[in-house]
Design a binder for this molecule. Structure first.
Ligand SMILES: Nc1ncnc2c1ncn2[C@@H]1O[C@H](COP(=O)(O)OP(=O)(O)OP(=O)(O)O)[C@@H](O)[C@H]1O
Length: 243
């Protein structure tokens, strides 16, 4: 069953066409990789999905409902959540408080609410940071802060997680551990789209890879099919990105 459907997505910044009539579908339960050379439009697609950018043209449907140009909090409430490339925890707050912030009702009229301490500990445990709940993000290593960013996204109870370069800056052991967590999220029923520059870190994790080039759909297939695709090789060579 299709969970996410992107039809003819176009995003222009003035005269620059960052995403150009791009199509992509994601089935419930899949882990899909979205790859493409530098500046090919991957982050712009995520920003359009999350309502950060207004779409110039095209439609986005999530779980059968149109969400094109809905506000970010409406989109999050529908079950779509993103882990950005940049970590942005609030350093004055503990890990617990940072996670709690993402569970508070999105209304200026709400003065209380949010997840209980037990629920926050569960979100943290899903990424193995339950022992660091009283720490401040500034005292954690890079991989720990990245886990906190994922816990914040999990705290919105998503059906689909969008992960933008989740393995960036991690060593091989950290990458292996995070990939295992992502498999667990899938078993818990969370569909995932993972953006990466190339497919190195995605082999063995994703079911399917979609390749975007110059803002447009270039190819889709299993990691093996994409690795052997001449058009993809050519696009990467033109973008001077090595695999
Ligand atoms: N807010 C913006 N204003 C103007 N141009 C933008 C904006 N965001 C992105 N672009 C342009 O849109 C194009 C696509 O950028 P985008 O960041 O989506 O690519 P990407 O595939 O995510 O790249 P990278 O892999 O380097 O992160 C680029 O030419 C970029 O300069």
């Amino acid at each position: 069953m299709t969970l996410l459907e992107i039809d003819g997505l176009t995003k222009r910044f003035g005269g620059l066409v960052a995403v150009d009539d791009f199509d992509m579908t994601v089935e419930r339960g899949e882990i899909v990789g979205l790859i493409g050379p530098n500046g090919s439009g991957k982050s712009t697609v995520f920003n359009c999905l999350m309502g950060i950018y207004n779409v110039t043209d095209g439609q986005i449907h999530f779980d059968g409902e149109e969400i094109t140009n809905d506000s970010t909090h409406e989109i999050v409430n529908r079950g779509l959540s993103r882990v950005s490339q940049e970590s942005n925890p609030i350093d004055d707050m503990t890990v617990r408080e940072n996670i709690k912030l993402f569970t508070l009702p999105n209304s200026i009229l709400a003065f209380s609410g949010g997840a209980s301490d037990e629920e926050i500990a569960e979100y943290a445990a899903r990424v193995d940071i339950e022992d660091q709940l009283e720490e401040h993000p500034g005292s954690m290593p890079h991989a720990g802060v990245r886990r906190l960013e994922i816990a914040k996204a999990l705290a919105t109870e998503p059906e689909m997680l969008l992960l933008d370069e989740p393995f960036a800056g991690m060593n091989q052991q950290e990458i292996t551990e995070l990939a295992a967590k992502m498999e667990e999220f899938r078993e818990e029923g969370i569909t995932q789209v993972v953006v990466d520059h190339n497919m190195g870190g995605l082999m063995g994790l994703v079911d399917r890879i979609v390749v975007i080039n110059n803002g447009d759909f270039l190819a889709a297939g299993t990691p093996e099919e994409i690795a052997g695709d001449d058009d993809v090789q050519e696009a990467y060579l033109a973008g001077e990105v090595t695999q």
